[in-house]
Design a protein around this ligand. Structure first.
Ligand SMILES: [Zn+2]
Length: 498
């Protein structure tokens, strides 16, 4: 063995090229993901890589050549979406080279030429192996430093800490008067969140759509539809955390600090929430699990060379999930115990995957989501949402023993929203939400007191479960995605009547 060839005798670059995209996605989303979510993708990609590597080595009888071929394959496979994003909208002589099918050509040529070269070359590839090993170590080091920095900066591990959940269960701001659950005779509760469903006034004013037909449908069936309600917070997790805990979540800032950029404390009080804790009901989350629900896998495949197909599969899974949930929701009435069903539909929120009539729709690419060009798609998806909700409501009320039904959105629409510098109109569009309530025996209008979601379960438990919760002053707070605990009171901008 020659001196200096030691580094080239250990070949590990394919392994690191396989791990890198996963760590990179994790590093990019570290504030929302937990490290365990990388285990499945790591297992899959390593199995795949090692499997092909062993086969190639057997065929080529050369460890270095087969390693380079597998590394090339991994790089081309995982980098496709990034290259696509770089050259998206780049045109040469009016020819859009960013169209994914054109971009496939140079990728496939690189693959064929590269594989051919590595098979045919007479070089030993010792230096190349050393250099490539070194490059992969550098890549891994860079993402590891990013991840490490996050964990050092946010050194508290909130996931094992019960302080947060306990502080929300103690309800210091009001008298905790939960009645001893007398489960017999309580109705089921259908709590349906329509993510990003804009309020009626806002739909008309900002998006030019008159939603009166749906409102009339609900009113005719005994719903109370709030004429002008507002969400307490503009982002889904924070809004849901407040609603399900029947209180403002601003005290999270006291516990974790307003500078923290980590969603886990918020996720925790959604997972273990006060409405569930009251134990009035069996609590059900309506969810469907698929492989692509793993955010790391989804994100990596999305950027890979099969991103186009992964997206198609993903959207079909979304569609199946939504249709399946709608068909299975009414089944809970067959459960004897009073049941609380929490169904969170990502509709009419983007991606807009159904037409107004319910035909499958392939949405525009992610980079275009949220732009004003999509208002039409949003309205059509909202029409489809209305259609599904009407059928569901009719089905649920087809009984002598009707349930409680809450239809609510976590926030409104936000077309052309500038999060950092929102105008008053932008705030009104984003915060104006939808809230409709059905209580049995003509009691729906008791819910009119719930102008913002933080009071929904206070009013409901007071009016239907004989409890005595203070009705909180309606307040509305602005908060940014990357500063989820830095709350800005915008109540006076919105003229909320208290
Ligand atoms: Zn939302």
């Amino acid at each position: 063995m020659k001196a200096g060839s030691i580094g080239s005798n250990i070949i590990f670059h394919p392994i690191l090229f396989a791990i890198f995209p996963i760590l990179s996605v994790f590093s990019y989303n570290v504030r929302e993901l937990s490290f365990q979510e990388t285990f499945l993708p790591l297992f899959l990609v390593l199995t795949f890589t090692v499997g092909i590597w062993i086969s190639l080595r057997y065929i080529l009888k050369n460890a270095r050549k087969s390693a380079f071929i597998i590394s090339l394959l991994l790089v081309l496979f995982f980098s496709f979406g990034h290259v696509y994003n770089l050259v998206d909208d780049v045109t040469i002589d009016g020819f859009d080279i960013g169209k994914s099918r054109y971009l496939l050509i140079p990728f496939l040529i690189s693959l064929v030429v590269g594989v051919y070269y590595f098979i045919k070359t007479n070089r030993k590839l010792n230096n190349a192996t050393t250099i490539t090993n070194f490059i992969t170590i550098t890549l891994i080091l860079i993402v590891s430093v990013n991840i490490g920095t996050f964990y050092i900066a946010n050194d508290e591990n909130f996931s094992d800490d019960k302080t947060i959940v306990n502080s929300f269960f103690s309800m210091t701001d009001s008298e905790p008067i939960f009645t001893q659950p007398d489960k017999s005779g309580s109705p089921d509760v259908y709590y349906i969140i329509l993510d990003g469903y804009a309020g009626t006034n806002s739909l008309k004013e900002f998006l030019g759509f008159d939603n009166q037909k749906f409102v009339t449908f609900l009113s005719d069936r005994g719903f109370y539809v709030h004429p002008q309600s507002y969400s307490n917070y503009p982002t889904t997790p924070t809004s849901m955390a407040a609603t399900l805990n029947m209180q403002y979540v601003n005290k999270l800032a006291d516990i974790v600090g307003s500078d923290l950029d980590d969603m886990h404390p918020t996720f925790e009080i959604i997972q273990e929430n006060l409405v569930d804790e009251t134990k009035k009901f069996d609590f059900y989350y309506c969810e469907d699990d698929t492989l692509l629900d793993n955010k790391v896998i989804n994100s990596i495949l999305h950027q890979s060379i099969i991103g186009y197909f992964a997206e198609k599969v993903r959207y079909q899974e979304y569609r199946d999930g939504i249709l399946c949930a709608f068909s299975e929701l009414p089944e809970i009435k067959n459960i004897d115990e009073p049941t609380f069903l929490y169904a969170h539909f990502n509709m009419p929120h983007a991606p807009y995957i159904f037409s107004a009539n319910g035909e499958p729709l392939d949405p525009a690419r992610q980079s275009n989501l949220g732009s004003s060009g999509n208002v039409n798609d949003y309205i059509n998806y909202l029409k489809f949402t209305n259609m599904k909700m009407q059928k569901l409501v009719e089905h649920l009320l087809e009984t002598d023993d009707p349930p409680i039904i809450i239809i609510q959105s976590d926030h409104g629409s936000g077309f052309n929203l500038d999060w950092e510098n929102p105008t008053d109109d932008m705030l009104r569009e984003k915060m104006s939400n939808f809230q409709a309530f059905y209580l049995p025996n003509g009691h729906s209008s008791l819910m009119s007191e719930a102008t913002t979601p933080v009071n929904i379960f206070r009013v409901l438990f007071n009016s239907h479960f004989n409890e005595n919760h203070e009705i909180l002053t309606d307040k509305i707070f602005w908060v940014l995605w990357n500063k989820p605990y830095d709350f800005k009171d915008i109540t006076n901008v919105l003229n909320v009547e208290n």
